[in-house]
Design a protein around this ligand. Structure first.
Ligand code: 5RP
Length: 240
């Protein structure tokens, strides 16, 4: 089975959590797109849901499938968000933003009662950081923001190349919010919470791609089948 098929398997299992009448957040990326595709089939068959997309790309995909769309201004609290991730650890901590949608993804996820992350097993890591950490920054003062990120990240034990993400033509990549992305190759991030706290001190940083304490369930599909990670279960295990 290919990674594409694993993504679809994870998306199929996430669909089982969707109920009639729900307000849903729709993630961004190739895995989330599989979920949107399957959701579109259910909507066509009569399922009633209202969805808030996390990017213009997802908005376009969902609109083409006639999935009813709304904004967080209309529905500030959602029942469930289903999204992908670039990396996921056993504690359901994530790196997101490979697709550049991390800010809207985090806003939508935090507005949701439950967050399900769907991924193929290549995304599962022992320690976050193999995937360069995306950080969304405002264009103004980019050089200063980059230097400050470098300094504060080093204080929390993270060092490595920080690259301004570029679009296919070579110009800086621009997010749906008009910002840029710095991709930080820090390697293993031993203390994601400390790094995230440090990044919040940089005025030009809009958001980091560290999603900590946000995901409730991880549905991971791979050669050994589909594995479900649950935040509640891991808390329970820790208590025992
Ligand atoms: C977009 C994201 C995506 O969820 C992440 O990049 C995973 O994408 P894919 O499912 O294509 O591997 O965070 O900002």
């Amino acid at each position: 089975m290919s990674s594409d098929e694993w993504k679809r398997q994870a998306a199929e299992q996430a669909l089982a959590h969707v109920e009639d009448g729900m307000k849903l957040g729709l993630g961004t990326g190739s895995t989330a797109a599989k979920f949107v595709e399957l959701l579109g089939e259910r909507v066509k068959a009569g399922l009633k849901v209202i969805c808030v997309p996390t990017s213009e790309a997802t908005r376009a995909q969902a609109a083409a499938l006639n999935i009813p769309l709304a904004t967080l201004d209309e529905y500030p609290a959602l029942d469930l968000t289903v999204d992908g991730a670039d990396e996921i650890d056993e504690d359901l901590r994530l790196i997101k933003g490979g697709g550049g949608a991390l800010l809207r993804e985090k806003i939508v996820a935090v507005a949701s009662a439950r967050v399900i992350i769907i991924a193929d097993s290549t995304k599962l890591v022992d320690v976050l950081g193999r995937f360069p950490l995306p950080i969304e920054v405002v264009p103004f003062g980019l050089g200063s923001s980059r230097s400050l990120i470098e300094r504060l990240a080093a204080d929390s034990g993270c060092e490595g190349e920080i690259k301004l993400r570029t679009a296919p033509g070579g110009a800086p990549f621009v997010t749906d919010n008009g910002n840029h992305i710095l991709d930080c190759s820090f390697g293993e991030i031993d203390d994601p919470e400390a790094l995230d706290d440090a990044l919040k001190l940089v005025p030009g940083v809009v958001e980091s791609g560290l999603f900590l304490g946000i995901a409730d369930i991880g549905i991971i599909a791979g050669p050994k089948g589909v594995e479900t990670l649950s935040a509640i279960e891991s808390d329970f295990e820790e208590e025992e």
